[in-house]
Design a protein around this ligand. Structure first.
Ligand SMILES: *Cc1c(COP(=O)(O)O)cnc(C)c1O
Length: 388
């Protein structure tokens, strides 16, 4: 075995060492982490559905009927009636012809790029895209061209000057996962259309949260399947369950089923997850109060942060980062909050660009204004640690 120690020591010295905290409670805004009761502001369970009584019951009932494991891949005998219904529901929910379930979002993104693109093709990506989109592009072998974050002018320049390729695709986060701002999709999708480039959006953080009935960023911008032919979103965040899906035309879905190795060569997710997802989607669609409450909480937090002198970012979503810059200082701030019983994780490179370490605060509809007051007063106490 080679000597792994020096790299580990270097990581620790640079403030880049990652440690897992042990959660001994149910998912929610109150929990027990490393044995300490905490109020959490770092989950992606934006609507508070991961521990919802109806969603849990749907899961338990389905386990009683279908068992736990799916037994095999979708193309062998793992494609259950529950997966099938969930796909139909997701297609209807997003206004697309069809949808295809994946075990998780990481694999869905690997699948899209690798099934649709090859060495002679080009893929354009935002500099701040999620790692899974970048990894998908690498796996496909296509030429990866990255444009400055949400910079439509820069994208236009690159689209115009790039040599033509058999296929050209643009892939972008809808809501940027570490910044909370939204891609300028009205302009981006129009640019794609005029440059014969297929527009793909990863709406992991918008799905369930944005749009009139939770259909996501594309629903809120009224962008249809023609304008954004490939929609991907995850089910482990606002939906509160697990997995992901791709939605689009019948030919897109059939091509993924035939070609996408991250789809073909893996065991289907437990069918009961789909039963829980179906239940959660009903709640997301019917009970818009969670989205309205979330919007109020976001506004309340932003006003409070601004009063304390923190610089706000351009985000109107539940992701509200405080950019700190230095890795070690970001860790110190996170630890300072933890000592006061508040969990906010420090996000460091390579998850975010060098020099932009941050506290990534996220809100959930399960928070109350009193919770935000607690966060704000804890932040006030530790503010002297930061030059932000
Ligand atoms: C979380 C996330 C993923 C990965 O989804 P998983 O289901 O957690 O694997 C993909 N893209 C974005 C933008 C994400 O935030």
């Amino acid at each position: 075995m080679f000597d792994l120690k020096p790299e580990l020591v270097k990581k620790r010295e640079a403030g880049l060492y990652r440690e897992r905290r042990l959660n001994t409670s149910a998912q929610g805004v109150y929990g027990v982490i490393d044995g300490k009761r905490v109020l959490s502001f770092c989950g992606n369970d934006y609507l508070g559905l991961a521990n919802h009584v109806d969603v849990k019951q749907a899961f338990v009932d389905a386990v009683s009927s279908y068992g736990v494991g799916s037994g095999s891949a979708h193309l062998i005998n793992g494609h259950s009636q529950l997966h099938h219904e969930c796909e139909q529901r997701l297609a209807e929910f997003t206004g697309r012809d069809r949808a295809l379930l994946f075990s998780n979002g990481y694999m869905a993104n690997l699948a899209i790029a690798s099934a649709l693109l090859g060495r002679r093709d080009i893929v354009y990506q935002d500099r701040l895209n999620h790692a899974s989109l970048i990894d998908g592009a690498k796996l496909s072998g296509a030429r990866l061209i990255r444009y400055r974050h949400n910079d439509v002018k820069h994208l236009q320049t690159l689209l115009t000057k790039s040599a033509s390729a058999p296929r050209s695709m643009l892939m972008t986060d809808g809501v940027f996962s570490m910044d909370g701002d939204c891609a300028d999709l009205v302009e981006i999708s129009a640019l794609c259309a005029s440059h014969d480039t297929c527009c793909m959006v990863d709406d992991a953080h918008g799905f369930g949260v944005l749009g009139e009935n939770g259909g996501g960023l594309l629903q809120s911008l009224h962008l249809d399947q023609h304008q954004v032919p490939i929609l991907m979103a995850t089910l482990g965040k606002a939906i509160g369950t697990s997995g992901a899906f791709v939605a689009g035309s019948n030919d897109l879905i059939e091509t993924l089923i035939q070609q996408a190795r991250p789809y073909i060569y893996t065991t289907a997710s437990p069918p009961a997850i789909s039963a829980a997802t179906l239940c959660s989607l009903d709640l997301v669609e019917r009970e818009s109060w969670r989205r309205h409450k979330l919007a109020e909480l976001i506004e309340y937090l932003r006003q409070g942060l601004s009063r304390l002198g923190f610089e706000l970012t351009d985000s109107n979503t539940p992701i509200q980062p405080i950019i700190v810059g230095d890795n070690i200082r970001a860790l110190a701030l996170s630890d300072g909050l933890f000592e006061q019983g508040i969990l906010v994780s420090a996000i460091r490179p390579p998850t975010v660009p060098q020099g932009s370490a941050r506290l990534r605060i996220t809100l959930s509809a399960a928070h109350e204004k009193a919770d935000i007051d607690r966060l704000l007063s804890a932040l006030k106490k530790i503010k002297f640690l930061a030059s932000c």
